[in-house]
Design a protein around this ligand. Structure first.
Ligand SMILES: Nc1ncnc2c1ncn2[C@@H]1O[C@H](COP(=O)(O)OP(=O)(O)O)[C@@H](O)[C@H]1O
Ligand SMILES: [Mg+2]
Length: 186
């Protein structure tokens, strides 16, 4: 069932034009910037978009301008993610699956210091249940966060499903932002 949803969403997302990605992403960014969670965050972690995911490079650029600490995940051993502080886009290079990752593994940020984490995903339901690429990277990572860290998933409207099958190890997000709405999951 999880794989059926993954395939369906990846097909739709893969067929989006770059204009559609930018237009919907811009609406999502605007909603994010309006949240108190973004505005008050000193340290944020975000994925770097690939393959038509909701764009995050403009969020990174804005956060730099606003003097926030920006962390980007690097894939560690055993499907773990490590948040690494970056100071500019020059600090990134293609890594696992061709996703841009920090070049150096120094400047690891303590996960407990993250105020806000922007989470990618393939599909979500309105309770915040999440479907990823099938390697559970973010399940492990979300499990390690402090309860004080706010998790916000960025997704297109077509990525929201009535229910997402959940297993014991799956982790929810607190908020989902789409081009149409902000969904508070808890
Ligand atoms: N903490 C963990 N340790 C070991 N294996 C795990 C852990 N969390 C999840 N898995 C395994 O990873 C696989 C993929 O998990 P799944 O939740 O379907 O992926 P995703 O969250 O990327 O959609 C599952 O077979 C699951 O048993
Ligand atoms: Mg999962």
């Amino acid at each position: 069932m999880k794989n059926v949803i993954r395939q369906k969403v990846l097909n739709i997302r893969g067929s989006m034009s770059s204009e559609e990605v930018m237009e919907k992403s811009a609406k999502i960014h605007q909603k994010l910037y309006e949240t108190q969670h973004y505005q008050s965050a000193t340290t944020i972690m975000t994925y770097v978009d690939f393959q038509n995911e909701v764009e995050t490079r403009s969020i990174i650029a804005r956060a730099f301008q606003e003097g926030k600490n920006v962390a980007v995940p690097i894939c560690g051993s055993n499907y773990t993610l490590l948040p690494i502080k970056i100071e500019s886009f020059e600090d990134l290079e293609p890594g696992t699956m061709g996703i841009l990752e920090p070049k150096k593994t120094k400047n690891i940020i303590d996960v407990k210091k993250l105020d806000l984490v922007l989470v990618p995903g393939i599909a979500f339901d309105r309770k915040g249940n999440r479907l990823g690429y099938g390697l559970a990277y973010y399940d492990r990572f979300l499990n390690s966060l402090s309860p004080a860290t706010v998790t916000i998933a960025l997704a297109y409207g077509f990525q929201i499903f009535p229910t997402i099958p959940q297993e014991e190890h799956d982790h929810r997000v607190n908020i989902i932002i789409t081009e149409n709405e902000l969904i508070k999951c808890n």
